[in-house]
Design a protein around this ligand. Structure first.
Ligand code: ATP
Ligand code: MN
Ligand code: MN
Length: 347
């Protein structure tokens, strides 16, 4: 699966702490993440390779073979492996996997922070498409439209210091859809995360685009220009339907003209009306722990008796922000509810 995510990186064990009531396991902190490891497996300062959740690891590799009994899956591209998920052991959340760097002689000389995803053949888990969604493919998603993606707050903590008009929207757990108009080629398109889908009556994503007249709305607001609205299709039959809806819906989170993101503050009325739920009751967090604590156990605005997946914080007045170290990053990140992950990750 096409990924630029840094799933496996060389890191240093920052902290080790006991877990109340447990004597064989301890909590290790790696970058912003907590991982439960065996007692005496690591010392503070040890170099390790850290694999993030969603990594699919090849259990034929002897270093990952111990994961095979915990489950092996087949992804959208037919690859098999063990997928790292969120776990809770003795009341302690554990995310990802840490392995001593010395277990990987092929990484000799690798520096802390180095991305070793490709070197170790780690791929991002992408679930197979539900049969109902899969249609005939026109080709890959057009190159002028970036894939939908959100960075985890654990990986971009410095963004919390950046002033901007931050807006929290609820993260809906469905499947990503991109609807676009291209006046040059004359194509009205609908894409899944990676593919441009041919129109088909039975295709859920096309049906949602047609019902909302999304192509017409894009043309009306941005005549003569290449424009796209990106959002989430969610509900019955999609990704386990954690919100337990009876129907299928589309909610928008990104608008693009000629590829560039249009900040929410400049969205036309129709796009605001289609927006993923804005959650004004949350205030912009000061720390990673606060960002995660705020969303843990939060309820969905769509189905108030269900847990929400989390929040996406995004600037409403700019597309990018500059971090204290001068690095420019996208002004958008996600904070996922650990309780939601624990409950729904295997659905
Ligand atoms: P996977 O489920 O395979 O882990 P994902 O598609 O959920 O991958 P994430 O990295 O978890 O990807 O989150 C980013 C995705 O969240 C976006 O690609 C988008 O499809 C989805 N999303 C849902 N709600 C929102 C929202 N309010 N704002 C932005 N993105 C959202
Ligand atoms: Mn995800
Ligand atoms: Mn998702």
């Amino acid at each position: 699966t096409t990924t630029s995510r840094r799933l496996a990186t060389v890191e240093t064990i920052r902290e080790i702490a006991g877990i109340p009531g447990a004597d064989a396991i301890v909590r290790a902190r790696v970058r912003g993440w907590d991982v439960v490891v065996r007692k005496d497996e690591f010392r503070v300062g040890d170099a390790c390779v850290y694999f993030e959740v969603d990594s699919m690891l090849d259990v034929e590799d002897p270093r990952f073979a111990f994961l095979a009994p915990r489950g092996v899956r087949t992804d959208v591209d037919g690859r098999r492996g063990h997928v790292l998920r969120t776990a809770k052991l003795r009341g302690q959340y554990s995310q990802g996997l840490a392995v001593l760097l010395s277990a990987f002689p092929e990484l000799a000389g690798a520096e802390p922070g180095e991305d070793v995803t490709a070197a170790l053949g780690v791929v991002k888990w992408d679930p197979p498409l539900p049969a109902e969604l899969s249609g005939q493919v026109r080709g890959p998603r057009p190159g002028w439209i970036p894939a939908t993606d959100e960075e985890r707050i654990q990986n971009v903590a410095a963004v919390l210091e950046c002033p901007a008009r931050w807006v929290a929207t609820e993260k809906l757990d469905g499947t990503s859809v991109t609807v676009y108009v291209d006046p040059e080629s004359g194509v009205d398109g609908v894409c899944s995360r990676n593919y441009d889908l041919l129109p088909a009556d039975g295709n859920t994503l096309w049906r949602l685009a047609r019902e909302g007249d999304l192509h017409g709305l894009l043309r009306g607001s941005f005549p003569g220009r290449r424009a796209a609205v990106q959002g989430e299709a969610y509900g019955a039959g999609i990704q386990g339907n954690p919100l337990k809806l009876r129907d299928q819906r589309f909610s928008a989170f990104t608008l693009r003209v000629e590829g560039a993101e249009v900040p929410r503050g400049e969205w036309p009325e129709w796009a605001l009306a289609l927006s993923v739920p804005v959650r004004e009751e949350f205030s912009f967090p000061a720390t990673v722990d606060q960002a995660l604590g705020d969303v843990d156990g939060m309820r969905s605005a769509v189905s108030p008796d269900r847990l929400a997946e989390g929040l996406v914080w995004r600037a409403g007045d700019r597309a990018e922000v500059e971090l204290a170290d001068g690095q420019v990053v996208r002004a958008s990140f996600k904070a996922i509810s650990n309780r939601f992950l624990l409950k729904h990750q295997d659905s």
